[in-house]
Design a protein around this ligand. Sequence first.
Ligand code: ZN
Length: 449
Amino acid sequence: MVRMVLVVAAACCAYGQTLSVNPQVKEIVSKVSADRIAEIQQKLASFGTRNIYSSTTDPNRGIGAAREWIAAQFRSYSPRLQVSFDKHRLKGDPSQRLFKDVEIWNVVAMLPGTSEPERQVIISGHYDTIHMVSKEGANGRRMLDAEATVAADAPGVTDDGSGTAAVMELARVMSQYEFRKTILFVAFASEEYGLEGSSTYAEAAAARHDQIEAVFNNDVIGSDVTGNGETSNRYVNVYSEDPNDSPSRQVARYMKEMNFRYQPGFEVNLVFRHDRFGRGGDHSPFNAFGFAAVRVTTPMENFSNQHTATDTFANTAPEYTALVAKANAAAIGTLALAPKAPQLGATAPQPGRTFAGGLSRGSGYDAVMSWHSDHPEPDLLGYAVVMRKTTSPLWEHEVFVGNVNTYTLPRVNIDEVVLGVKAIDKDGNESLVSAFVTPPYRQRKVEQY
Ligand SMILES: [Zn+2]
């Protein structure tokens, strides 16, 4: 186990002018290996198919051998990784893609946090695959041939061997370090059959009241050439649900910011919608159960290699996947070291009319913000206030305000800007931003007016 001595990067009063780089996160980012990712992808392809209905007993082919290998790899990385199968029995319906009963196993590797293990950060991908084979239906239309689909080769190297490889590679590298919070490395099953692995997981997590700060779901991060020849390995798309200051969107902004600090030659391109048109992914069930979750996907998709036998190692780009994995490492590494985000609003009643849980106009024309933190971390340095125009996608201004629970920006019109606050510890690790926002109009109570 390597224990890093952290350098205090944030001098008290100059913080607002400083972008902190944490040496532990920097080292982690540098250790992510494209060669290791390539090895994992080739091994995943060697199982022939990872369809959820494929063999669970064959030692070499099918989803059973694949999940046992993934779990064994997790165990080999570090004794501190707690590896388990999260099993769910699904009911089938002959008229649906999920055509008969099946048991699915998510593979989970947990790196327990040191001082706040109850707070979780999740990185995920899905290890199941599908090669959709169609047949002619009774009405002459093409329809899925369920049995042929199960039998066909489905190498799934990009969809989603790439995301699974990134999850495993980060588990290998990050399990050599310690973090304040718990990090969960998850390979979901049954993404290709109705997002069932992530749905059952997210539902159980909500019932357990898991404190999940963010889910970074990586799905199709392996290709850098489209089917019409366009190519780029310069950026990755990160999708986040509306509204514009949803917790998921703060996670997306956080990922862009942290990636820039450690990997400025590669861009996290934010897409302000929950997913691509007409398609789904494992982040969405987390959103549905109220968790902050984003989807990470290459903009250079090759559609003819998706859900086919040509989703092979020859058609993927491990160097690109490594860049995307590093962007994850920058965000997840920082977030798992950081204090929790502030809770908006004062603990005691404040004078004047308060909007958006702790934001008021003060005596009339100022921006007065209040927040608090239950059980503040002993190494908390203080808070930074952030601000942007309502039409700006990213935070534009930041002021470090010290270890206080209220702050006034004089002559700032709260109606014209979005304001937020984040917590920063003595090593310069930053929490997610808590934004002062009003709920959508339709959800407001009439008595507010
Ligand atoms: Zn996928």
